[in-house]
Design a protein around this ligand. Structure first.
Ligand SMILES: Nc1ncnc2c1ncn2[C@@H]1O[C@H](COP(=O)(O)OP(=O)(O)O)[C@@H](O)[C@H]1O
Ligand SMILES: [Mg+2]
Length: 259
C-alpha cells in the first residue's frame, strides 16, 4: 500500500499542566476533505498549528508522502505546500490587503540592477485572487484594519488558497460569514479538492462538512474519539461522539486494524 499524502503519528502536546493532545494520529489522502470536529478545548487548533509549523509537538512525527518532515516554522510548512487560515486570521492590521497576502513571498522586479517590490503586479495578482474566489474587499491597497471581520476573513482565505500546493487548513472558516459567503467558501473547498489540494476544515457547522467533505474526525479533550466517512454517519451519531467522547459503534463492532 502506498503512503498517504499526509500522516501525523502519535502527536502529543502539553501546555504546562494542560494536556492539549495525547497520542493523536491522522491520515489524509491528496484531494480529500477532512472535517475536524469536537467541543472547545478538544485540541483541534493545537493539532493543526503543529501541522502548519506554528507549534512544535512534544512527541510524534509528521510524514509527507511517507517521508518525515520537521516544521520548525510556518515558512517551512508553507514551503512544503501547507497553508493555514487561522481562527483569528493572523493578519498584520497596519499592512494592506496585498501586503498581507504576499507577506514573506513578495514579488520583486529589477530597476537599474536593484531589486524593488513590484507593487503593481502584487496588487493585480491579489485582485485576481479575490475575483477567482468570488470574495470581495473594498480595495487591495487598504490596510486590513480598515476592513470588516468578514472581509478580513476573505483576505485570510485568499492568502492561503492562492498559494497552497498540497493542503489548506481552515480553522472555523465560516464562523463569521453570512450565507452567500459560506456558499463561496464551500465552492472554494470543492475547487481546491478538484485541483488535488487536500483540505482540513475545523468547524462547528457540521452541515458544511456534510456538504463538501469526505470524512469526519472527532476529538475530545486531546484524544481522537473516532472517524467516519460522511456517507456513513449523521448528526446524531457525530454529536454523540462529540459529547460522550466514545465511539460506541467501534466498541460494538470491533474490526481488526487494517494496517
Ligand atoms: N498557547 C497555549 N497555552 C496554554 N494552553 C493552551 C494554548 N493553546 C491551547 N491551550 C489549551 O490546550 C487545550 C486545547 O486547545 P485548542 O487546541 O485550542 O482546542 P480547540 O481548538 O479544539 O478548541 C485547551 O485546554 C487550551 O486551553
Ligand atoms: Mg480552536
Amino acid at each position: 500500500m502506498s503512503a498517504p499524502m499526509l500522516e501525523m503519528r502519535g502527536i502529543s502536546k502539553t501546555f504546562g499542566a494542560v494536556t492539549a493532545l495525547s497520542n493523536v494520529s491522522l491520515r489524509l489522502e491528496a484531494g480529500s476533505v477532512l472535517g475536524l470536529i469536537g467541543d472547545n478545548a478538544a485540541g483541534k487548533s493545537t493539532l493543526m498549528k503543529i501541522l502548519a509549523g506554528a507549534l512544535r509537538p512534544d512527541s510524534g512525527e509528521i510524514l509527507l508522502d511517507g517521508a518525515p518532515v520537521n516544521f520548525a516554522h510556518p515558512i517551512a510548512a508553507r514551503d512544503a505546500g501547507i497553508e493555514m487560515i487561522y481562527q483569528d486570521f493572523a493578519l498584520v492590521p497596519e499592512l494592506t490587503v496585498t501586503q498581507n497576502i504576499f507577506l514573506g513571498r513578495e514579488i520583486t522586479r529589477s530597476i537599474a540592477g536593484l531589486r524593488v517590490l513590484d507593487r503593481s503586479t502584487m496588487n493585480a495578482r491579489s485582485e485576481e485572487m479575490f475575483a477567482a474566489l468570488g470574495l470581495r474587499v473594498p480595495a487591495v491597497t487598504l490596510p486590513v484594519q480598515a476592513l470588516s471581520g468578514g472581509q478580513q476573513q476573505a483576505v485570510a482565505i485568499a492568502r492561503a488558497t492562492g498559494f497552497a500546493a498540497r493542503l489548506v487548513i481552515m480553522d472555523e472558516p465560516t464562523a463569521n460569514l453570512g450565507a452567500p459567503a459560506i456558499a463561496r467558501v464551500r465552492e472554494t473547498i470543492t475547487r481546491l479538492k478538484n485541483a488535488g489540494v487536500a483540505v482540513i476544515i475545523i468547524s462547528h457547522r457540521l452541515e458544511d462538512i456534510f456538504a463538501v467533505g469526505d470524512r469526519f474526525m472527532v476529538m475530545k479533550q486531546g484524544h481522537l474519539v473516532g472517524d467516519r466517512n460522511v456517507d456513513d454517519t449523521d448528526n446524531a451519531d457525530l454529536v454523540e461522539m462529540i459529547v460522550t467522547g466514545v465511539d460506541a459503534r467501534a466498541a460494538r463492532d470491533p474490526v481488526a486494524d487494517p494496517t
